[in-house]
Design a protein. Sequence first.
Lengths: 254, 254
Amino acid sequence: MQQDRHADNQPTHAESGKKGHCHPEAGCFRLVPIFSSLSEEEMQFLATGAQTRQFSKGEVVFQAGQDPGLLFVVARGLVKVTRISASGREQVVRLLGPGDFYGELSLFLPQALAATGVALQDARVCLLARSHVRELLHRSPEASLKMLSALALRIMELETLAEQLAVHPVENRVAALLLKLAAARGDVAAPVPQGTVVELPLTQEEIAKLLGTSQETLSRKLHSLEDAGLIRLQGRRCVRLLDVNRLADRAEGL
Amino acid sequence: MQQDRHADNQPTHAESGKKGHCHPEAGCFRLVPIFSSLSEEEMQFLATGAQTRQFSKGEVVFQAGQDPGLLFVVARGLVKVTRISASGREQVVRLLGPGDFYGELSLFLPQALAATGVALQDARVCLLARSHVRELLHRSPEASLKMLSALALRIMELETLAEQLAVHPVENRVAALLLKLAAARGDVAAPVPQGTVVELPLTQEEIAKLLGTSQETLSRKLHSLEDAGLIRLQGRRCVRLLDVNRLADRAEGL
DNA sequence: GCGAGTTTATGACGGGGGTCATAGTTTAGG
DNA sequence: CCTAAACTATGACCCCCGTCATAAACTCGC
């Protein structure tokens, strides 16, 4: 089964013979915000308990119910974090892009992972040993504060998500997501230029689960936004934002 | 206006002449899990920038959009954390009981508070100076780790909330909430005895906002749970749990 | 204990959106 | 290419639940 692929955690072949511009072991989390302030020595220490793994699209990165004792840091690619309810329905609670991580709860508390991670694109993931990260957080107050910032930010995002799910109709959430994707494209806090083309990184099915809706509804809403002249669908998975202001109106928050 | 009441933060009268078993200043956050591991000296330091405030029912504890530079730690009572959308609708994103806190984002990032806090019961709240808390997290790795644990836990809870809002119908969420309240009553991880009586700490209106629904629907769902024999409503705001197992079935998670 | 205000209960109604079914479209593999 | 599989689009149906309206029950302050 796929899920024991990271149970036997011997240094994988992934770290040898990389063609990339990223060192197989130590290099990846260097890019990650939380660890960017570490000293060379600390980096080195972290690298000791780290490995880099490649996951191809569709592959399971981590599995709910397990406790692998690792922090998963996405270095490249995209990983969806989903919860599957007893009734079999799936809800994406989070998307991990480069720099994002998962597994913080089981870092600090003796808990199994509550969600499953699946690569949506080919991804490179740093697996950091829990014990090393803990040790590092002990040593480096800066790292702790960075980590705390990251978690606090996620709390706010999740509160926003909860608010949106409870209060706003699907169409607004679609608008909000498009703006968010556009904002992620342009640089931080840029005003989101009119006519930006956003590339949807996922299938409608996946996006729907992220927004807490169904593929059919998402398709309809995208088209109704197009009919309203706010966006223009071009090709399979590209959207041009025609009227950013009115989009923002619908989104109202997030 | 109420919201400047913590703008002028001179030591309030609340801290003099307390009758309680909690010292006016330093005593309160001693009970709080995040700070329980601090040394006497560190406690003392924290107390320097701290004050204790009493809030009576309905009073605003903190206000969205402000940045008071404080961490709010609830020592006693209950505070609801709500977001009010542009359309005027309100969503409770969190309940703060004793030991819970709010304001962590503005602790780490230069952000105003995203939500408003209102006391649902008379409450005692410790106001800790942001700078002192930061300093403390620098000094004490243990405190940092505790804080990280607390935030990580909240992330999981919020992910669960989001999942519930997106996937589960109201009746299930009601069931989940009742079980959660019952679990909070009995001691940690106790099996929740059959026939437990849960006291609802809020009006249906407030609970509804917490569950992302309306008062009317909540009322109906409570009664349908009663008809199904899972609970028994007794009096205005007490519920007896008759069939914990079937309740848990509906809750399925959280 | 009596009216005013709050909280809860209940019916009627309608819309948003989930599900099912199905058809059209891309993509990918042989 | 050409078929199979995956993805997207669209219609039909219907149910959950939000809203409005209103009544009942409870709570308080005089």
